[in-house]
Design a binder for this molecule. Structure first.
Ligand code: GLU
Length: 327
């Protein structure tokens, strides 16, 4: 009998610097995996050619390296896997589940959005079953000049989140008939993410809670592609002192800017460990100390509390502690 090595992936989009929220997800993802001896893949979600850059890619890999977060094997890039995504699109089309959508309302904008992970709860525009075309021709694959959508039947998916607990999520509520292939002739985020996770043998997906609605969709799509969905672990978001979600535009709160201001990585790790309930006070921490204190039960209990409050707030005092002169 062969046993599959548990595998996770770090999947940043190279569209800007890493803020403390991204850092917390990657750090905990890394720690959960390393503590249990899992394989960690590095996958760059770089399908959005307009927003991705080699400079951002370099910057985020440097920041992760500075924290000490390592991974196994080469860096994988979604921009290099287009053929696999198209094969999967074909499989779904052969099952009669894909249609070309000629609707043009805000279509370009929507095609652009489909390339990246949705960080709001659900897509802004939903195409529902009654809007599906009746012409059989529209249910075949075209040249990629129209959005291709998945005919997604309503119905709840039982998502057994290792941190947040059992959840029932109907992906069609959030996404309607989601875009699989955009009219820019590129796979959309959802298709690429599911195909990669299946192709790379990913058993455990650990990421921010903003992608929880996507878990329902990804679980359904994995089954439609005859694969087994991974286990899910969603981590609450990090908020600023006023309760707003951190965004990439907040350049002064990126890891690169903390590093440039002389903040040691042990302070970032210490702050993020405290924010996750893994140490009671603000003390610097090394990665090996983090591995020692990692407790998945505790992490889950804290995640459920924070999720109910909308996330974890980083205060001005926290930032002042990070930047405190230690020499
Ligand atoms: N690249 C995605 C992001 O920027 C994450 C995708 C995922 O973890 O499935 O949030």
């Amino acid at each position: 009998m062969t046993t599959q090595t548990a595998t996770t992936r770090l999947a940043p989009s190279p569209t800007g610097g890493l803020h403390l929220g991204n850092a917390r997800s990657f750090l905990l993802n890394w720690a959960i995996a390393r503590r249990s001896g899992w394989r960690i893949l590095m996958r760059l979600d770089d399908l959005d050619a307009d927003r991705s850059s080699a400079e951002a890619e370099r910057g985020l890999l440097e920041s992760l390296d500075w924290l000490g977060i390592d991974f196994d094997g080469p860096v994988l890039r979604q921009s290099e896997a287009g053929e696999q995504y198209h094969d999967a699109l074909q499989v779904l089309a052969e099952k009669g589940l894909v249609f070309r959508c000629a609707r043009s309302r805000k279509e370009l904008r929507e095609a652009a959005d489909a390339l990246g992970a949705p960080h709001e709860t659900g897509a802004t525009i939903r195409t529902t079953a009654s809007m599906r075309p009746t012409d059989p021709e529209a249910w075949t694959l075209g040249g990629g000049d129209l959005n291709h959508r998945l005919a997604l039947e309503p119905g709840a998916e039982q998502v057994d989140d290792r941190l947040l607990g059992p959840l029932s999520i109907d992906p069609s509520d959030a996404f309607g008939d989601p875009i699989l292939w955009t009219r820019r002739n590129v796979a959309a985020y959802h298709l690429a993410s599911v195909v990669d996770d299946l192709a790379h043998g990913v058993t455990d997906v650990i990421r921010g809670e903003d992608l929880l609605p996507s878990a329902g969709l990804h679980q359904r799509m994995a089954s439609l592609l005859d694969g087994s969905p991974p286990r899910w672990w969603h981590l609450p978001l990090v908020l600023d002192a006023s309760g707003r979600r951190l965004a990439k535009r907040e350049g002064d709160r990126t890891l690169a800017s903390f590093k440039a201001r002389g903040v040691p990585p042990e302070r970032i790790i210490g702050l993020l460990a405290r924010s996750s309930g893994l140490q009671p006070t603000l003390l610097p921490m090394t990665l090996s100390e983090l591995l020692d204190v990692l407790d998945v039960e505790l992490l889950g209990a804290r995640a459920r509390e924070e999720s109910a409050r909308g996330g974890h707030r980083i205060t001005e005092e926290d930032i002042a502690w990070l930047e405190e002169r230690t020499t």
